[in-house]
Ligand binder design. Structure first.
Ligand SMILES: Cc1cc2nc3c(=O)[nH]c(=O)nc-3n(C[C@H](O)[C@H](O)[C@H](O)COP(=O)(O)O)c2cc1C
Length: 263
């Protein structure tokens, strides 16, 4: 594909098809990452490809910013022992991080070229992900990249709205304990983002969790029109958090109004 087309077509993908990505394509992605420019050509980066569904699911759970159930997660890390031994103080402060960002962009663009979708994800719980990956302490996770085949061709972004959506695959009766637990994990790890994440993400994650709770309740009461409308109000307005605070607040006011109607 033409480079300019690749650049134009790249969007953050937040809904993935549930089919595996062939191994050779994953290797092409890592190779593209490793060809990125690197400060002092230090190349302290390390790429970890997570393909085991159980591990991917666990990392997903502890990453509130990760959406769309990707089959693969790539962790771009830096080997800080190597950076300190071979680099300069700047390598530790920002060099490695910038290198990782360059590598990540190469990977995001290569993904488009290969017909894949991806999203850079910085909102993850570092402690939990490190533990799940069993990462030695001298590795620093710089960024996660969700990867897979996009569920639908990406559409141009509108006003920065998040293109997240849900597919409810089965109509269970009764609140699903696993999903309740996952929601709990999402809420607590979101709150744990207090340090390091922008403050406005708090209300965003609360809105996100509220929508998820609505969807869970709707599985029990599919005919509940008020709940359906409430979920839609939140779904349509939550993406305004960073781009349109007034609009985001209006969505919350509309949601409160709908809740009163639901009583
Ligand atoms: C450093 C970095 C961190 C990001 N972290 C997240 C994240 O945690 N969750 C998410 O859904 N998107 C994340 N994104 C994706 C941005 O939200 C996205 O690039 C932006 O909204 C523009 O949309 P586009 O990529 O479709 O052009 C991140 C992007 C960058 C560069």
């Amino acid at each position: 594909m033409e480079l300019s087309d690749v650049i134009r077509q790249r969007r953050s993908i937040r809904a993935f098809a549930q089919r595996p990505v062939p191994h050779h394509l994953l290797l092409e992605l890592v190779q593209a990452g490793a060809l990125a420019p690197s400060a002092s050509n230090l190349q302290a980066w390390q790429f970890f490809l997570l393909t085991d569904p159980q591990l991917v699911k666990k990392v997903d759970l502890f990453s509130p910013g990760l959406s769309g159930k990707p089959p693969v997660i790539l962790a771009v890390c830096s080997d800080m022992d190597y950076a300190l031994a071979h680099g300069s103080p700047n390598s530790e402060i920002y060099g490695c991080m910038m290198d990782a960002a360059m590598a990540a962009e190469n990977i995001l663009l290569k993904a488009v070229d290969l017909g894949l979708g991806a999203c850079a994800v910085k909102s993850y719980n570092d402690t939990a992900v490190r533990k799940l990956l069993n990462l030695p302490s001298h590795y620093r996770i710089e960024i996660l990249i969700s990867l897979g085949y996009p569920e639908a061709p990406p559409v141009p972004a509108v006003c920065g709205r998040w293109k997240k959506y849900y597919i409810i695959t089965n109509g269970r009766i009764g609140m699903n304990q696993t999903e309740c637990f996952e929601l709990l994990v999402y809420m607590i790890t979101s709150a744990a983002g207090l340090r390091g994440e922008p403050r406005i993400y708090g209300p965003l994650r609360m809105a996100e969790a509220s929508e998820r709770l609505c969807r869970l309740m709707l599985e029990e009461q599919p005919g509940n029109q008020g709940l359906k409308e409430l979920a839609e109000i939140i779904h349509c307005g939550k993406g305004k958090t960073t781009s349109d605070e007034e609009g985001f607040y209006q969505m919350l006011s509309d949601a409160v109004d709908k809740l009163v109607d639901c009583m």
